[in-house]
Design a protein around this ligand. Structure first.
Ligand SMILES: *Cc1c(COP(=O)(O)O)cnc(C)c1O
Length: 371
C-alpha cells in the first residue's frame, strides 16, 4: 500500500452542499440513552450524507439529509449484480472535545481502488473527506466520549441505475451513515479462537478479494456460521496454494520468537489500514517486519518448533485481537505463551493512544473533522 500524507487542508472541490436538518432528531436525553450502551452497528445518528453520480453529470447534488430509508427501483443494478463497495472508519473524541479520524486519505484511496475493481466511479479524496466533515458538522453530539468508544463511519457506494442488462451502471449513489460504537471488549481484550475454513474461500486469483465489496462478505457468511458451530468466533481463509490470507474482515499477523512480525502479502486480501499502522509502530520499536506469502504449514511447524510464538488479527472495529487458537478439520494450533499477546496488546494500546490524542501523533495520522 502506498502511504500518502497530504498536508494541505482538503477543499470542498467546488461542490455546494445542501443541508436538510432532521426535524425528528433524537432529543439529548434519547441520544444519551443510546450513547450509554451503543454496542456495535445497532444505532444510527440523525443524518446521512448522499451524493449522486451519473455518467453525464459526474458527482453532483451533495447533501446532508435526515437518516432514513432509501427508495430504490426494484431493477437497481446493485440488487441483482452486487455492484457495491464500502469503507469503515471511526471518529474519536479527544479530551478537549475535538473530533478526529484516522488516516482518512488511506480510506479514500482504498475506496478508489475498490471502485476501479468494481467498475464504479472513483470519488475524489477531497469529496470523501468533505463528506465525513459534513456528517460530523450535524451529528457531532453523537461522537461518544467514554473510554474506547467512537462514532463508526460507514461510507458506501452502489449502482442504482434501473437496468437488468449486465454492464457497469451509469447512475451511482454514494452515502455516509454513522453509528455510535461502544468499547469492543468492555471486559478487556480476550484472545479469539479461529476456525480455518478449507471447504470455502473468500476470494480467488484475479477475483475481488482486494476490494472492500459486499460480495466478499456474503461469501464469508456460511463459513462464519461453520466457525460458530465449531466454537470459534472468526473464520480464516487460505488461497488456492494453501497460503494464509485473512479473516472475514480482519488481517492476520504472526509473531516469531525473535520478535519479527510476518503478515501475508497477496493480491487477493484486503489491505488493512490498522495492520499497516500497527506494523509501522512495530518497525518504530525496532521489530523486523516481513510481508510475504505464508503457508499454513509454516504456521503449523513454526508453532510446533517454538519459532512462531503467537498471532493476532487487526481491523478498525476491534483494533487488535490476539489469536489464542487456530482450529482446522484435523489439527489445532494453540498459542498459550504470553509474549505475543503482550506485544499485540501493547501495540494496540499505542495505536489507540494516538487515535484518542493521548500521545503525540508523530506520523501525522489524524485529521480533524469538526473544524
Ligand atoms: C476492512 C477489512 C479489513 C481491515 O481493514 P482496516 O482498514 O484495518 O479496517 C481486513 N479485511 C477485510 C476483508 C476487510 O474488509
Amino acid at each position: 500500500m502506498t502511504i500518502n500524507l497530504p498536508l494541505q487542508a482538503p477543499s470542498a472541490a467546488g461542490l455546494i452542499w445542501q443541508v436538510i436538518r432532521n426535524g425528528e432528531a433524537k432529543t439529548p436525553a434519547e441520544r444519551d440513552a443510546v450513547l450509554a450502551d451503543p454496542g456495535f452497528g445497532n444505532h444510527f445518528t440523525d443524518h446521512m450524507v448522499d451524493i449522486c453520480w451519473s455518467e453525464k453529470g459526474g458527482w453532483h447534488r451533495p447533501r446532508v439529509t435526515p437518516y432514513g430509508p432509501i427508495s430504490l427501483d426494484p431493477a437497481a443494478a446493485v440488487l441483482h449484480y452486487a455492484q457495491e463497495i464500502f469503507e469503515g472508519m471511526k471518529a474519536y473524541r479527544h479530551a478537549d472535545g475535538s473530533i478526529h479520524t484516522f488516516r482518512p486519505f488511506e480510506n479514500a484511496a482504498r475506496m478508489q481502488r475498490s471502485a476501479r475493481r468494481m467498475a464504479l466511479p472513483e470519488l475524489p479524496s477531497e469529496i470523501f473527506i468533505e463528506s465525513l466533515k459534513q456528517i460530523i458538522a450535524v451529528d457531532a453530539d453523537w461522537v461518544p466520549s467514554a473510554p474506547e468508544t467512537s462514532l463508526y463511519l460507514r461510507p458506501f457506494m452502489f449502482a442504482k441505475e434501473a437496468f437488468l442488462g449486465v454492464r457497469p451502471a451509469k447512475k451511482v449513489a454514494y452515502y455516509v451513515i454513522a453509528s455510535p460504537a461502544g468499547a469492543y471488549f468492555p471486559g478487556g481484550v480476550e484472545p479469539v479462537n479461529i476456525w480455518l475454513s478449507t471447504d470455502y474461500a473468500r476470494a480467488g486469483k484475479g477475483g475481488t478479494g482486494a476490494a472492500k465489496t459486499g460480495g466478499n462478505y456474503a461469501s464469508s457468511l456460511l463459513p462464519q456460521a461453520e466457525a460458530y458451530e465449531k466454537g470459534c468466533q472468526q473464520v480464516a481463509f487460505l488461497d488456492d496454494a494453501g497460503n494464509l490470507e485473512e479473516l472475514g474482515g480482519m488481517n492476520i499477523v504472526l509473531v516469531k520468537r525473535d520478535g519479527t512480525l510476518v503478515t501475508p502479502e497477496s493480491p487477493s486480501i484486503l489491505e488493512g489500514i490498522t495492520r499497516d499502522s500497527i506494523l509501522q509502530l512495530a518497525t518504530d520499536r525496532g521489530h523486523a517486519v516481513e510481508r510475504r506469502a505464508i503457508s499454513l504449514d509454516e504456521w503449523r511447524s513454526g508453532a510446533e518448533s517454538g519459532e512462531i510464538v503467537g498471532a493476532f488479527a487487526c481491523g478498525t472495529a476491534a483494533v487488535v485481537v490476539p489469536i489464542g487458537r487456530l482450529l482446522g478439520t484435523d489439527f489445532e494450533i494453540v498459542h498459550t505463551g504470553a509474549e505475543a499477546s503482550e506485544l499485540a496488546l501493547s501495540l494496540r494500546q499505542e495505536l489507540t493512544d494516538i487515535q484518542y490524542g493521548r500521545v503525540e501523533d508523530r506520523h501525522g495520522w489524524l485529521t480533524r473533522l469538526d473544524a
